[in-house]
Design a protein around this ligand. Structure first.
Ligand SMILES: Cc1cc2nc3c(=O)[nH]c(=O)nc-3n(C[C@H](O)[C@H](O)[C@H](O)COP(=O)(O)OP(=O)(O)OC[C@H]3O[C@@H](n4cnc5c(N)ncnc54)[C@H](O)[C@@H]3O)c2cc1C
Ligand code: FES
Ligand code: FES
Length: 1335
């Protein structure tokens, strides 16, 4: 082994790591310090319940509970942590509990697992173990938590399926205050029970197991003994590239650091870890100081409190809280400001491991604590071999990005947090892209000290984070305030100086320059108001302070899920129509459910890592793999030349490379792949491949670029009804507008994953993949390898979410993986990391919609003309179909007599976009709805009136001449208005807006008419195979893939009904191309429709075949009949098939019947927003949906809530950012924010329309996967309504433009508060290239 830069230790030194996992002792002698707990659990211990979702602490899928014994006070502490950032070596002496240690179906499940599952909080289930662990840890510390405790514990756990409501409802059953009938959204309390006992509930809490502490694993006594008796000594662990030293004594630590000044101190690893993982930083030596007790001391002095730098942020918060209880408020101003920041910093998992010293020394530009420390005159005590010194945490401390003034060998021992003095006030504010678990865009600490009893400022300090490379002091602004009275005149001058002090250029990393500047002013204004209020309260000033800033509401209310009981005559054994739990929910909650990457390693298995292009548009000059092949473990590099069969996949007449040949057309284009004996080696090999390029001219990134260069995928589509040109001549008013709807990342929690295993003597391949379309995968692999399809068997057990992203995109990845397996004749696994997945696989199409609308003064729209462009990326994929679907939904719910739409898919040099839940409708319908809102604003009519005037009524024809009845749409509309008390709340919103200057409310109601199924008729088919075995058990296989949408649960219900047996006798193992061949994807909200009838047919065939034995033995049991049937030579295996609707669309004639039917829905949302920061909260959402006769209300409500939440993300949160050279910046949950539990509407109600029937689908149900996603736009339009109210305050009325997503940035700028206007007026007209493209 090469020598590393460790100077003090003897090379042979190696220690044993000892810790416990789920009560079992683990001793490791050869630990590589680069190993994380997550990879150790999953790969070494085969505990695969703990999931990989992002690897960077941002998603919570890997949450475990860490327990430690503290010798200082002889207590055991339990805390949640992200296993993906937890270095294994840090765990010496700790006990880890994973989801497997909490409960199991083989022993006993834990109440947390049971309640999340039974409350329907697990759909795809990939997030569920993490959710269980966060909640379990909370209960270990707080057996009866409050709702706030729960939402705080779960703030760092992302779920892409559920919309969080059912998870929260399951967990809140542990809260003391709700242990009554109000659980599950009951409107009324137990006292009124009799009156409402007819209301069906989605789950019955009386079924739940009680919380029983005896079920918990005890902390291993051996670890207590070890902590109490072992002679503490420095531990050393050596790996391939890194050595780990963990001393116990401060002197040793100082000595180590002195001899190795470049070696970082590793504490929570929340900064070092991501740097090593994502930026490729390597450290030959790291020094862990978590065992050095001197870093864990709290010392009180007359001036303040010294808090040890080793304390985690959670512990720091607890320490500060304790002091706040002990001391009068006036002494703890700074403490409270820090507590506020600590409550919003990162997630609980992060705060439980990230340390105070680590946060300061990471010197993040947008650290939440450093501006407050600096403003609050804090200082640090540091030590090195020369001794100790105290260094103030001021503007001189932070010298550049990630750098402080301290010498490399200096160690921060503790931080002084001073007590505040009389007349001194400290505040902190932050604004982040998401309310919780997100780095701040701008954050601040502000402190002012007044001369005794006066409003004269004696001292002031203001620091910001997020305005440059370091925590920055607003020194000039402070100078303008000091020694002056705190009044409007002083502050107004201060604002003007502040504008100049932080004149951020458009190219500033992170972008949002104007917004960030506005925030600096807004925070100072908020500080001003808070200080004025305080001075008034203290009678220092006499004038009334009328303006007030109140926080946004955040208390979660009761939600309702209204559905209808099955008919009285239905057999109690028949599960159809009942809220049956997802069939795998329990095994998902116990971590036993198997996802693709949970499959055990196969003998001889290798791992594949992809090498992608770093250029958007270039010729490949050479691919040098020599360095990669020299690295340990690297076996082969797979290139396009290795492909024996088709080198491209063809879609819509366009080729897409399996592996790039001579040219690359986007950053993320796959060039080659490295095969190695482990993931780590494959990754290292991939980074060592050297590709040289020659840039090609004029890469196209934006829609505007594409239009300019006429870069489109053909055919471009047009649709028209009536005579639009003529109609415009006769209208009262004409308005033109446009809106951009940004793209969206699927962010399925399970990244693209596959395992390809060569089997058999005739070169068969078993492909295990997370795919929505196994048949397409089979065809693609067979064609790439030039083998017949009958040698390729694709297996899909379940997917950890998909949302359209695993229909087409998985195919090429599977081709490459199969190629590696084929060439090397070994099993090959390929699992994308989150960043790769986001970079390579594309997502929802960004869209630019332009429109011209002609309308009458009474609100009737007579003509509308749309031009729509989608940014399709470098391959056509399904982009032409997406554009078509946009056009087919251009009417949304409105009967516009003269309607024209044109749609073009732009070919650009960005990663190719693909199918995404809603398939273009969420973008297209949003453009239509925006137009409706413009008409309302132009006429100054309430928008709902414009909607009602133009809505379809009576027997109707769509713009492509398809007949339909809008009756249920109108019923949803009316019901939604009533259930949400729309009219009453509109008045309340107006009143609120009159009374509040800086906060505004908005309300919007939005309809959707959504075509179910594929417009390409041949895809509307389903198939099933049902086998009855001799013991009476039934195995169902069908074409649908289970990705959380509950299709297997529904199929089980169908089989149970048709065979008249309990669902427990019906099993669904997987989707498999060898049992049900030639299938179509689970997509277009059509999976249940297609396969439900197929399963029904197969079961009916079988039940019919049993007639003779049933007649012979009418009182016999199912098992009797089955065994008798075998004796009678009756086949107990049957296929079922559903030849679905022959949908069609003739684009030349512009007419057709592309969908068998429509699903309707209407949603009303109300928001409250903070005009100064753009922050908002959805206070209430009511959704009424027509889904016919629900097969399973719990699954359907779950789909509705989940789709709505994904829509809410699309329209208000999720923002993809590309660099000017076409690189996706947003490649993980740190940069890309999907909704978290904090984004859930505070009151979230779903009602299934009663008495609706549908002849086109199984048992009169309707497809529901996609339609509701668009209804998330009700939040967007409610925000727009609130912004309009804010604009009115500054005299701005009429139409204004707001692009989607309505992020805090866009909201704040659109509100046009005086500060924002000042910023806009101060623009220097900089010609610098903005940091990000507007694609
Ligand atoms: C998902 C995620 C979300 C986050 N959100 C936020 C947020 O909202 N706001 C925010 O402010 N921060 C946020 N952070 C950053 C987090 O707070 C810091 O990474 C953390 O505080 C660093 O502490 P650590 O113990 O993990 O440091 P480590 O990663 O272990 O070390 C970081 C650096 O500090 C040095 N160091 C550590 N201790 C000492 C010491 N005692 N003396 C000298 N040097 C020392 C190390 O040498 C190293 O260079 C987030 C991080 C993640 C991963
Ligand atoms: S995988 Fe650990 S937080 Fe996402
Ligand atoms: S159930 Fe939460 S991510 Fe799928």
């Amino acid at each position: 082994m090469k020598t590393i830069g460790v100077t003090m230790s003897e090379p042979a030194e190696r220690d044993t790591l000892c810790f416990f996992v789920n009560g079992k002792k683990v001793t490791e002698e050869h630990v590589d310090p680069e190993t994380t707990l997550l990879s150790f659990l999953r790969q070494k211990l085969r505990l695969t319940g703990t999931k990989y979702g992002c690897g960077g602490g941002g998603c919570g899928a890997c949450t475990v509970m860490v327990s430690r014994y503290r010798t200082s006070n002889k207590t055991i502490v339990h805390y949640s942590a992200n296993a993906c950032l937890m270095p294994l070596c840090q765990l010496h002496g700790a006990a880890i509990t994973t989801v497997e240690g909490v409960g199991s179906t083989k022993t006993r499940i834990h109440p947390v697992q049971e309640r999340i599952a039974k409350a329907h909080g697990s759909q795809c289930g990939f997030c569920t173990p993490g959710m269980v662990m966060s909640m379990y840890t909370l209960l270990r510390n707080t057996p009866q938590p409050s709702l706030d405790d729960i939402t705080e514990a779960m703030a760092g756990n992302l779920c892409r399926c559920t919309g969080y409501r059912p998870i929260v409802d399951g967990c809140r059953t542990f809260c003391q205050e709700v242990n009554c009938c109000q659980v599950n959204g009951g409107k009324n309390c137990c006292s009124e029970e009799e009156k409402y006992d007819e209301t069906p509930l989605l789950f019955d809490k009386l079924d739940f197991l009680p919380l029983d502490a005896t079920q918990d694993l005890i902390f291993p006594p051996e670890l207590i003994l070890m902590a109490e008796t072992d002679r503490p000594q420095t531990l050393t662990f050596r790996g391939e590239r890194m050595t780990w030293k963990s001393p116990v004594l401060l002197e040793e630590l100082v000595q180590l650091k002195t001899s190795n000044p470049k070696a970082p101190l590793i504490m929570g690893n929340t900064n070092l870890g991501p740097d090593m993982k994502f930026k490729g930083v390597t450290h030959p030596l790291v020094i862990s100081s978590i065992r050095v007790l001197d870093l864990f001391e709290v010392t009180e002095t007359p001036h303040g409190v010294w808090v040890g730098a080793g304390y985690t942020l959670s512990e720091t918060r607890a320490i500060l809280n304790k002091f706040c209880c002990q001391f009068p408020e006036e002494k703890t101003e700074l403490f409270r400001a820090l507590i506020k920041q600590l409550g919003n910093l990162g997630s609980q998992q992060i705060r439980n491991v990230a340390t105070l010293g680590g946060n300061i020394m990471s010197a993040y530009p947008n650290s939440d604590l450093n501006p407050v420390f600096a403003a609050g005159n804090c200082s640090v005590s540091v030590i090195n071999s020369e001794g100790k010194r105290e260094v103030p945490l001021n503007q001189d401390f932070f010298v550049s990005l990630g750098k402080t003034i301290l010498k490399p060998e200096e160690i921060v021992v503790s931080v002084l947090i001073p007590f505040s003095r009389k007349g001194e006030f400290v505040r902190a504010f932050r604004q982040a892209p998401r309310k919780k678990s997100a780095f701040a865009t701008v954050t601040t600490g502000m402190r002012v000290m007044f001369s005794k009893g006066s409003r004269i400022v004696e001292d002031i300090s203001i620091y910001y984070g997020g305005v440059g490379a370091t925590t920055a002091s607003a020194t000039k602004t402070c100078a303008a305030i000091i020694a002056r009275p705190w009044n409007d005149e002083t502050l107004n001058q201060a604002y003007d100086i502040l504008i100049k002090e932080f004149d951020l250029p458009p190219s500033i990393p992170g972008g949002k320059a104007e917004f960030r500047r506005s925030l600096t002013l807004s925070f100072l204004f908020k500080f001003n108001l808070e200080i004025l209020q305080t001075l008034r309260k203290m009678n220092v000033i006499e004038e009334e302070v009328t303006e007030k800033i109140e926080p946004l509401p955040r208390e979660i209310q009761r939600s309702q899920q209204e559905f209808h009981n099955v008919s009285e005559g239905q057999s109690e054994h028949d599960p159809v129509g009942r809220p049956v739990m997802h069939r795998s929910a329990i095994s998902q909650a116990t971590g036993e459910a198997v996802y693709c990457d949970d499959l055990p390693t196969i003998d001889g298995e290798h791992f594949l890592a992809l090498v992608t292009s770093s250029k958007a548009h270039a010729k490949i000059i050479s691919v040098d793999v020599s360095n990669a092949l020299l690295l340990p473990g690297v076996i082969d590099v797979i290139t396009a030349k290795d492909i024996p069969g088709k080198k491209t996949r063809i879609l819509c007449g366009y080729d897409e490379d399996v592996l790039a040949g001579t040219q690359v057309s986007c950053i993320g284009h796959i060039v080659c792949a490295v095969l190695a004996d482990s993931r780590v080696h494959a990754k290292r090999g991939a980074s060592a491949v050297n590709i040289s390029y020659e840039d090609l001219p004029d890469p196209i990134f934006t829609i505007e670029d594409a239009i300019k260069q006429s870069s489109f995928y053909e055919p471009r589509r047009k649709i028209e009804r009536g005579n639009v040109t003529e109609a415009f001549k006769g209208v009262d008013l004409v308005h033109e507008g446009e809106i951009r709807i940004g793209g969206q990342e699927h962010f399925y929690m399970e990244t693209q994953s596959m395992l390809v295993v060569p089997v058999g003597e005739e070169r068969e391949l078993n492909v295990y993949a997370s795919s929505q379309w196994p048949t397409a995968l089979q065809i693609a692999v067979a064609e790439t390898l030039a083998i017949p399809s009958n040698r390729v068997i694709c297996h899909v057990k379940r997917l950890g979410g998909a949302f359209g992203g695993k229909v087409v995109k998985t195919n090429i990845l599977a081709c490459i993986t199969s190629l590696a397996a084929w060439k090397n004749n070994c099993p090959v696994r390929c699992v994308l990391e989150r960043g790769e997945d986001m970079l390579i696989t594309g997502g929802r199409h960004p869209v630019l919609g332009k429109y011209k609308v002609g309308f009458q003064k009474d609100g009737r729209i007579l003509a509308a003309d749309f031009q729509i462009y989608t940014n399709a990326g470098n391959a056509v994929d399904e982009s032409v179909f997406v554009a078509e679907k946009i056009l087919l939904h251009l009417d949304n719910s409105y009967n516009i007599p003269n309607l024209r739409g044109r749609a073009a898919a732009c070919r650009t040099n960005l990663p190719s976009n693909t199918a995404f839940r809603g398939f273009g409708v969420p973008q297209g319908a949003c453009i239509v709805e925006n137009m409706i809102h413009d008409v309302g604003m132009a006429l100054q009519f309430p928008v709902d009136k414009i909607q009602e005037i133009n809505m379809y009524r009576g027997p109707s024809l769509t713009h492509y001449k398809m007949e339909f009845s809008p009756e249920n749409l109108l019923r949803c509309w009316d019901e939604c208005k009533v259930k949400s008390d729309y009219n009453g709340r509109c008045d309340a919103v107006d009143k609120f807006n009159q009374q509040n200057r800086w906060k505004k409310r908005g309300i919007a109601i939005t309809p959707i008419k959504y075509g179910i199924g594929f417009a390409e008729g041949f895809m509307n088919q389903g198939a099933a195979l049902v086998n009855i075995y001799v013991d009476g058990s039934v195995l169902v296989t069908h074409a649908g893939t289970e990705m959380g949408q509950g299709v297997h649960t529904k199929m089980q219900q169908v089989a149970s009904r048709e065979l008249h047996i309990p669902p427990s006798k019906v099993y669904i193992s997987e989707t498999n191309t060898s049992t049900v061949p030639n299938t179509f994807p689970s997509a277009a909200s059509y999976g249940t429709d297609a396969n439900g009838i197929a399963v029904k047919n197969a079961c009916q065939t079988l039940y019919q075949r049993l007639v003779p034995v049933r007649l012979k033995n009418p009182k016999g049991t199912w098992e009797n009949w089955v065994s008798e049937a075998i004796m009678e030579k009756i086949s107990l295996s049957a296929t079922g098939y559903h030849r679905g609707a022959d949908s069609h669309m003739d684009w030349d004639k512009m007419e057709g019947r592309p969908y068998p039917y429509f699903t309707f829905g209407v949603c009303c949302s109300e928001v409250e927003l903070d005009c100064l920061t753009g922050d908002y909260m959805t206070v209430r959402t009511d959704i009424v949906v027509d889904i016919g006769q629900s097969l399973n209300p719990s699954v359907d409500v779950g789909q509705i809530e989940g789709a709505f939440t994904q829509g809410l993300g699309l329209y208000t949160l999720e923002e993809l950012k590309f660099s000017p050279s076409g690189l996706l910046y947003t490649r993980g949950p740190s940069q890309y924010k999907i909704p978290a539990v904090c984004d859930m509407p505070l009151s979230f109600n779903v009602y299934l329309l009663s008495d609706s029937y549908n002849p086109h689908a199984v048992y009169s149900s309707k497809g529901i996967g996609e339609p509701v996603l668009f209804l998330g736009s009700s939040v967007f339009f409610a925000i727009k309504h609130a912004i309009a109210a804010a604009r009115k305050e500054v005299g701005l009325t009429g139409c204004f433009s707001l692009n989607s997503p309505a992020t805090a940035e866009r909201i704040c700028l659109a509100c046009a508060a005086p500060f924002t206007q000042k910023i806009q007026a101060s623009k220097t007209g900089s010609v610098q290239q903005p940091w990000a493209l507007n694609i």
